[in-house]
Design a protein around this ligand. Structure first.
Ligand code: NBX
Length: 794
């Protein structure tokens, strides 16, 4: 590669000036070129999917161009780079997002129209990239968009799972999981980099050798797998900055080929090698519990090792020693899942670069930070020490050494307080020895981030109490956010045009704070009218979708009331269902003349349950059973409908959120670390009905209690309520709805029994009974506001 060329190209084309043109005619020409030469169809005859592919390749070309320019620019500047390591990214679709961020959506539409295609229809051809479970994974995706938009020299690293999050199929109201074959029809958004690959080693043993008169540890690994890079360019909005999400795929390694083939067992050798690919084959669908599975640990180390090698290579390309490492490299760990990266860097510095332990240690501590997304100590990741020791023997030694030094330091500070020492130890002693990944991360990182203010307070008070006392300066919070590019510009363009027109600027698309300027128009009737028109069109689109998937016809005059998120007991979808049953029961028992006063509602629920989470699966079934009864009851008609939207994912959210009037965030206070769904609804002009938990607490402070429906126990009240629970009597209304379920009003009496038991007989850990009346009051207030809105008091 001749470096002189960069300079020449820069002089000829201007580095930050696109080589490819973005007018409709040029785009059209490029689309046809890709139809003919990439998709290999005739440019005179191709269908929607082929058009989608060709357009994606035409856009990808433009992304690649900007990506190259970004790389050249930062290589020359050599700023501190930010590396974001996450095992999960929920990217969703890329076509619309890329076109919007590149500022070429209208040009693409024009180009396609002339060819007889609709941009919006091609967008629907794309499947979601669902390489993650829930909030944590979507946050990673939103962060990538913001980092690119804010001109950061950032890289994301993750795993290229062949199967993303399972597809949820509902049969007779029960959830079934099916594999997500997202790569089957190709992925035009990624660039395979066969030349960017690293050997990742596993198993084997540690040996001591004498090197230059010094005893050194050498890891002799037993198995090698190749990590191949797949790059996904992420464009910023209103900037040329285009960052990279580098995902690793596992491939059999070429190492040792001769040896195994010489044994004569050629077929077995090939088959065994092929097994290497299983490492990046499937995403674990559990979003909270850790099972200590070997494959999961392999995934973690595989991705960490490849990423660290890549980062080290980039650093050593332009630096001759490690003095500048922590000034040039920031490694941000998304939860504890990538925390083996800490140990891997330590191992490379000490074992391979022969850097003295203490110096290596300070480089590591200065470079790493981590974000935790968990509120309870039960949710923290633990890895059985035996498992870790067999897969990564040298890493276990390093962890033990770090722990030993940490314990010595603690003893000096705290004395011999064994209970405290054992709580803080990285190694959990017991029948099974475990490595506590959170303790490891806290000890080794210079910063620990919570994801909302109350989350940090809870970490300080409970989960990491002792660590917070020891190192108060390490603990901080960065309240989560969501990108308005994806959640408004891509999914609700009509609302965006309205906002830009009223504000007289599009600057809010990069700086969301500017939306405050809308406040002065809040009571303007023209603005209110336009706003309602936008909402109505979005609701019509959603109603069509609902009818298509469920056959249920819903009225757009009704309030669209939505709860979409992973199904969890603490998120209390069951409280929502009990509220719906109560509403149904009230309508049934009402005088016919009073029914006129009922505010019509369409209740929409969506979300996946982890495959092994029985209670969550029963909640899904109950939702279907209740829907079946209500939707077929002629007494109720349009006053109440309930629909479950199957296979909830990013694209479904993009459709549902803009068409919602009310959204529910019902976590028992103190259980949702932050919550980000609420933000997406709010930016689309949807009111929230929520508990005072996670980021909602800060949202209430920003928008005021008058602008949302807050209910339920507060974070500080929950522990005492739990203590008193056995002496508390659930309200009659609550007992009545639970009884309806128990007695088989919705069928499946036996199946729902264990579900009912979770909220009665002294159970009710999540305090549904306690919060029920206050929930109903908040719902009544929402009804009232909806009617007022119709009267012009929005
Ligand atoms: O992270 C979520 C929290 O529950 C939300 O409150 C928060 O807003 C969001 C972003 O900070 N946590 C989460 O989604 N966790 C996981 O998805 C998860 C996945 C795998 C795993 C453990 C947790 N092993």
């Amino acid at each position: 590669r001749r470096s002189g060329f960069a300079g020449r190209a820069e002089r000829m084309f201007g580095l930050m000036d696109g080589f490819l043109k973005n007018d409709p005619w040029s785009l059209q020409k490029d689309v046809l070129h890709h139809v003919e030469y990439t998709v290999a169809r005739s440019r005179f005859s191709f269908d929607d999917f082929e058009a989608y592919l060709a357009l994606s390749y035409a856009i990808r070309d433009r992304l690649i161009e900007r990506w190259h320019d970004t790389q050249v620019y930062f290589k020359r500047k050599d700023p501190k780079r930010l590396y974001f390591l996450s095992l999960e990214f929920l990217m969703g679709r890329s076509l619309s997002n890329s076109a919007v961020n590149l500022g070429i959506k209208d040009q693409c539409s024009d180009a396609l129209n002339q060819l007889g295609f609709e941009f919006e229809q091609l967008v629907e051809q794309e499947g979601d990239a669902a390489l993650g479970n829930g909030g944590l994974a979507r946050l990673s995706a939103c962060q990538m968009d913001s980092l690119a938009t804010l001109d950061f020299p950032a890289w994301g690293y993750g795993l290229r799972y062949q199967f993303g999050l399972f597809r949820q199929v509902i049969l007779d109201g029960f959830q079934h999981e099916q594999p997500d074959y997202w790569l089957n029809f190709g992925n035009p958004w990624e660039i395979e980099r066969i030349h960017v690959s690293y050997a990742v080693k596993f198993y084997g043993a540690v040996e001591e050798v004498l090197l230059n008169g010094v005893n050194c540890k050498v890891w002799i690994p037993g198995e090698t797998v190749e990590a191949v890079a797949y790059d996904n360019p992420i464009p910023g909005y209103g900037t040329k900055n285009t960052i990279n999400l580098r995902l690793w795929a596992a491939k059999p390694s070429g190492e040792g080929d001769m040896e195994s083939y010489n044994t004569g067992d050629y077929i077995n050798a090939v088959v065994n090698r092929q097994r290497a690919e299983t490492i990046s084959s499937v995403l674990y669908p559990d979003d909270r519990s850790y099972q200590g599975k070997e494959l999961r640990l392999k995934q973690q180390y595989f991705f960490v090792s490849a990423s660290v090698q890549d980062i080290m290579r980039r650093y050593t390309d332009s630096h001759s020693n490690f003095d500048e490492f922590s000034n040039k490299v920031a490694l941000q760990l998304n939860d504890t899942h990538p925390s083996l990266a800490i140990i891997e860097v330590m191992r490379i510095l000490v074992d391979e670069e022969n850097i003295e332990w203490n110096r290596a240690w300070s480089i590591v501590c200065d470079s790493f930070s981590f974000t935790t997304h968990t509120v309870s100590s039960e949710g923290l990741e633990k890895i059985p020490a035996d498992l870790l020791g067999s897969l990564l023997p040298r890493h276990l030694e390093i962890i033990n050494e770090i722990n030993f030094l940490f314990m010595e330091e603690l003893k000096k500070k705290l004395g011999l307080n064994y209970s405290q020492l054992s709580q803080m130890s990285i190694v959990e002693e017991g029948a099974v020895k475990n490595i506590r990944m959170a303790n490891l991360s806290i000890v080794c990182c210079h910063a620990v981030n919570g994801v909302s203010r109350v989350h940090l307070e809870l970490l300080k008070k409970r989960v990491f109490k002792d660590f917070c006392k020891l190192w108060p300066q390490k603990f901080q919070y960065k309240t989560n956010g969501a990108t308005q590019r994806r959640w408004m510009l891509v999914s609700n363009p009509n609302l965006c045009s309205l906002i830009s027109e009223w504000l007289g600027t599009k600057a809010w698309i990069r700086d969301v704070d500017l939306m405050i300027g809308l406040k002065e128009f809040a009571s303007n009737t023209d603005m209110q009218h336009e706003w309602r028109m936008v909402k109505r069109v979005n609701k019509m689109r959603l109603a069509e979708y609902i009818e298509a998937i469920s056959g249920v016809k819903v009225s757009v005059d009704a309030m669209f009331d939505v709860q979409i998120k992973r199904i969890h007991e603490y998120k209390r979808q069951l409280l929502n269902l009990f509220g719906i049953i109560h509403r149904y029961d009230c309508i049934k028992n009402m005088e016919k003349s009073d029914r006129m006063k009922v505010v019509p509602r369409v209740c929409i629920v969506g979300g996946k349950a982890a495959p092994g989470y029985e209670i969550a699966k029963k909640i899904i079934k109950l939702c279907h059973a209740v829907a079946e009864t209500i939707n077929n009851d002629p007494d109720v008609g349009d006053l109440l409908k309930l629909v479950f939207i199957p296979d909830y994912n990013v694209s479904v959210a993009e459709l549902v959120i803009p068409g919602s009037d009310l959204s529910q965030h019902l976590s028992t206070a103190g259980h949702e670390a932050s919550g980000t769904g609420s933000m997406k609804f709010l930016m689309n002009g949807c009111l929230l009905l929520a508990t005072s938990d996670g980021s909602t607490i800060e949202i209430i402070e920003e928008i005021g209690n008058d602008n949302m429906f807050v209910f339920g126990a507060k974070v500080d009240e929950v522990p005492a309520l739990r203590e008193m629970k056995s002496s508390l009597k659930a309200p009659l209304q609550f007992a009545r709805v639970v009884r309806m379920v128990r007695d088989g009003y919705f069928g499946h009496k036996d199946y729902f029994e264990s579900l009912c038991n979770t909220v009665e007989n002294g159970g009710d850990f999540y305090l549904l009974g306690n919060d029920f009346m206050s929930y109903l009051e908040a719902q009544a207030a929402a009804d009232k506001t909806f009617v007022d809105q119709e009267n012009g008091h929005a």
